[in-house]
Structure formats: structure tokens, C-alpha cells
Design a binder for this molecule. Structure first.
Ligand code: HEM
Length: 474
């Protein structure tokens, strides 16, 4: 999400889902390595070795990706480890007591990243995801929270179901001569459509046309892409301003972009704030949800007995009227997928005060990575390294399962994200059985783990066949 959103490869033209991803990576792995660290703590971690330690540790982050490097250090040195990123001391935590402490505390509501990196992508003191200007972040977060909870949430199911149906109607157009569909592309189309309908509401053909090169296969790798994305967003917001000024009556239920534009008109936000917030909102779901759904479709075919149980559950209910709380098997499947193969593996915070975590002193200003992905595989769950619904048979205490984080700086879209995933899956699975190209499994396809885990987008890995299902829903 953004988090995720942020990490696409900056060195090559890996798919974009991660426009943002790119960004993050850029932020964190700022090439201007300045080893200013002179403080050496007694905490577990690689040696300083006259400055060689920070260089080696930074190289590992660049070379293997952030997620992979975090797992390496936690497995090698323990659940609380000190490394260096960009010359700064950084703690990687994977123990639930420590992770939960940070998530819940108001002392860690800032994030860390390289200032120049963030400036490049417009996120330094702007938007929400990486904004560490705390008063401004608090202000913009209320707009995100309003759009992603309450009445906004109610409309979500209908919008997700109709967007999914609409794209499935056009499946033929996306099917190649061998009968396969690039399923990640399809999921992105669905999710971009949903995000537009929920948050922006600018006539879709234009936004699709404009956003497509950036949100889908982009040829990024250069910082300039971000500038272009901002320009595209600026023109969409201009269109939105025109729509608002030409409409005679105002909706009672204003969408996210309208709310921000009014806030700007009242002098509460700048035009740059508005543009950056809309951009981050529109990119959040395509970057996280579509890839999560892709992993879920892969996992489903690898576990046919789960598919049978889910399809049975779906066939017993009416998606438009039923409370999604009642999709128990589907919910366990989604949770288990996010635990076993998450898109967002970790999150980054900064200590705003001196503190003590699990008996260890933490100085104000310390950078912290919460390695949630590893935490989900080392504590509580009965079959931590297997994909099994048994892992969610018992109610899981919240401190052991945090795919969206919790507390003041958690994923502000967590409720809507769950609802969107359920609505898209229910609609899709009630119509089709989806089969990856012969031989493809989650462990056989190539993946990267920088700011988020995602498939390397070659045609072979993403191709799936859609086999119509004979099913009656009530
Ligand atoms: C932040 C996960 C979907 C909006 C985050 C964080 C995580 C996360 C782990 C960092 C939380 C922390 O630091 O404690 C996910 C996952 C998703 C998802 C796994 C889907 C499977 C979404 C969606 C939206 C969204 C659909 C909005 C439409 C955000 C925003 C933040 C965030 C705005 C930054 C919040 C802040 O810094 O105050 N997400 N997310 N996410 N997420 Fe999500």
C-alpha cells in the first residue's frame, strides 16, 4: 500500500504495480550513503567494523530487497536486531510483544525514509503514507478515515460487485489465443475502476486512459515517472473541480476528492496536499489488493479442498444482502493468505521519544522496521509454515496477527480492503474457476521482495484460464 505502494524496483522496469513501491525503495535506499552513525549499541546485529558493517548491511538491503534483508537479519541475529540503512541505525523487530508495543504507541507515529528520496516523489511532508509532518498527517488522515469507513464503506460492496462483473463480461477481450488471461492486469483494471468510483469519480475512460501507463505496466525506473504521475493526477483533479463547479446540487455524500477540494477552497489544505492525497488514495488499492488477490487465486488452485468449501459457502448466500461477516471460510482463507504470503511484509516507523521496548532502551530518533511477515511465521499459529485454514480455527489474539498494522498509524484502508477482497472474490469465484498456467505455483513463479512481495511480471507467471462455473447463487 502504500506501503506497498512504494517499492518498485528503481533499477529496472519491473511492473509497476508499484509506482509507489518504486518510490519507497528510492526513499529508503538512497544511494548517497552517509555513514554518520557513531553510536554503537550493544544490541544484536552485525559489527560496525570501522564503518564496513554499515556498508555491508546497506548493500544487503539494496541487493536482496528490504523484505528479504529483514528476514535474513532477524533469522541470523534474533527478533530484535540493529542494522544500518543509509548510514542510520535501524532496528528490525519481529517479536509480537515488541511489534505490538510500537504499533499501539503514540511515540512511533512517524515513519523513516530518506528525505531526498521522499522529495523526489512528492511524499516529503505531503500525502499520508510517508508524511512525517505530524500535524498535517493528522489532518489528512481524518479525510482518509472518513472516506474509508462509515457511509463510504457501505457503498463499497455494490461498487466492487458491479466493477468485477463488468470486467468479467469483457474477459474475451483480455484472453490470448491460448485461452489465457493476464490475471494481474485484469485484477488491476477491476481495482482501479473501484478506486476511481469510490474516491475520485471522474468519468472513467479518461482516468483509465491516463492512469493506465502508470498503474499498470510502466517502464519506470526513472524518477521522472513520478512527476508525470503527479501531472496526470493534477489534470484529473482539474476535471473534478470543473465537474463540481458545474453541478447544480451537491451530493450529501461527498467523495474523497470533493472533500479535499472543499478543504482547499477553505484554506485548510494546499493544492499540492490535495493532489498528493488523491494520488496516494488511488494508488493504494491497485498496488496492494490486486497483488493480494493474485496470490489468493494461486493459493486457491493449490488447495482444491479449500476452493470447494469457499464455493459452497458462496452458493449459500446472496452477496448483495448478506453481511460479509458471515463468510467465515472465505475470511479465514483471506487471512491465511495474508499471513502465509503477504504483499506487505513490514512497515517502517521512527521513535519520536525515548522509550523502552521489551526491556531494551530505545533512543528518540531511532528508525524501526516491524517485520510483521516473519512475526506471522514464528509465533502463535499451529502450522506456521504451512498454508492451512487450521491456523484460523481458533480466534487469533490481535497482537499475533497484524497484516494491516493497528493503532494510530495503521492501514487506514484495512476495513475497506477486507470488504473489497471479499466482494471481488465472491463475484469472481461464483462465476469462474481460475486455473494458473500448467505447472505454475506460488513457489515456482519468480517474485521480488523489496517494499512489498510481488510477482515478476512475465507473461507465463501471470497467465490463468477462466473456466465458467455452473453455480446458482440465492
Ligand atoms: C498503510 C497493509 C490496502 C491505504 C498500511 C500499512 C500496512 C498496510 C501494513 C502500514 C501500517 C503501519 O505502519 O502500521 C495493507 C494491505 C492491504 C492494504 C495488506 C490490502 C491487502 C489498503 C487500501 C487502502 C490503503 C485498499 C486505501 C484505499 C493505506 C494508507 C496507509 C496504509 C493510506 C498509510 C496510513 C498512514 O500512514 O497513516 N497498509 N493495506 N491500504 N494503507 Fe494499507
Amino acid at each position: 500500500d502504500l506501503l506497498t505502494v512504494m517499492a518498485t524496483s528503481i533499477v529496472d522496469d519491473t511492473p509497476v504495480s508499484g509506482t509507489l513501491l518504486l518510490l519507497l525503495l528510492l526513499c529508503i535506499l538512497n544511494p548517497a550513503l552517509t555513514c554518520v552513525s557513531t553510536v554503537r549499541t550493544s544490541m544484536a546485529g552485525p559489527f560496525f567494523w570501522a564503518g564496513l558493517g554499515p556498508i555491508l548491511s546497506y548493500s544487503r538491503f539494496i541487493w536482496s530487497g528490504i523484505g528479504t534483508a529483514c528476514n535474513y537479519y532477524n533469522k541470523r541475529y534474533g527478533s530484535m536486531v540493529r542494522v544500518w540503512i543509509n548510514g542510520e541505525e535501524t532496528l528490525i523487530l519481529s517479536k509480537s510483544s515488541a511489534v505490538y508495543h510500537v504499533l499501539k504507541s503514540a511515540h512511533y507515529i512517524a515513519r523513516f525514509a530518506s528525505k531526498q528520496g521522499l522529495q523526489c516523489i512528492g511524499m516529503d511532508g505531503r500525502g499520508i503514507i510517508f508524511n512525517s509532518d505530524i500535524p498535517l498527517w493528522k489532518k489528512v488522515r481524518t479525510y482518509f478515515a472518513k472516506a474509508l469507513t462509515g457511509p463510504g464503506l457501505q457503498r463499497t460492496v455494490g461498487i466492487c460487485v458491479s466493477a468485477t462483473d463488468r470486467h468479467l463480461e469483457r474477459l474475451q477481450e483480455m484472453t490470448d489465443p491460448t485461452g489465457h488471461v493476464d490475471v494481474l492486469n485484469l485484477l488491476r483494471c477491476i481495482v482501479v475502476d473501484i478506486s476511481n468510483k469510490l474516491f475520485l469519480r471522474v468519468p472513467f475512460p479518461s482516468s483509465e486512459k491516463h492512469l493506465k501507463p502508470y498503474l499498470f505496466k510502466n517502464t519506470v525506473g526513472q524518477k521522472s515517472i513520478y512527476k508525470e504521475l503527479q501531472d496526470v493526477m493534477e489534470s484529473l483533479i482539474e476535471t473534478k473541480r470543473r465537474i463540481i463547479s458545474e453541478s447544480e446540487t451537491l451530493d450529501d455524500d461527498l467523495d474523497f476528492t470533493s472533500e479535499l477540494i472543499f478543504a482547499q477552497n477553505h484554506g485548510e489544505l494546499s493544492a499540492d496536499d490535495v493532489r498528493q492525497c488523491v494520488l496516494e488514495m488511488v494508488i493504494a488499492a491497485p498496488d496492494t489488493l490486486s497483488i493480494s488477490l493474485f496470490f489468493m487465486l494461486m493459493l486457491l488452485k493449490q488447495n482444491p479442498e479449500m476452493e470447494i468449501r469457499i464455493v459452497e459457502e458462496i452458493s449459500e448466500k446472496d452477496v448483495m444482502t448478506v453481511d460479509f461477516q458471515n463468510f467465515r471460510v472465505l475470511e479465514s482463507f483471506i487471512n491465511e493468505s495474508m499471513r502465509f504470503h503477504p504483499v506487505v511484509d513490514f512497515t517502517m516507523r521512527k521513535a519520536l521519544e525515548d522509550d523502552v521496548i521489551d526491556g531494551t532502551k530505545i533512543s528518540k530518533g531511532t528508525n524501526i522496521i516491524l517485520n510483521i511477515g516473519l512475526m506471522h511465521k514464528t509465533e502463535f499459529f499451529p502450522k506456521p509454515n504451512e498454508f492451512s485454514l487450521e491456523n484460523f480455527d481458533k480466534t487469533v489474539p490481535s497482537r499475533f496477527f497484524q497484516p494491516f498494522g493497528c493503532g494510530p498509524r495503521s492501514c487506514v484502508g484495512k476495513h475497506i480492503a477486507m470488504m473489497m477482497m471479499k466482494a471481488v472474490l465472491v463475484t469472481l469465484l461464483s462465476r469462474y474457476s481460475v486455473c494458473p498456467r500448467h505447472g505454475n505455483t506460488l513457489s515456482s513463479i519468480r517474485q521480488t521482495n523489496n517494499l512489498s512481495q510481488q510477482p515478476v511480471e512475465d507473461e507465463q507467471s501471470l497467465a490463468m484460464r477462466f473456466i465458467p462455473r455452473q453455480m446458482t447463487t440465492t
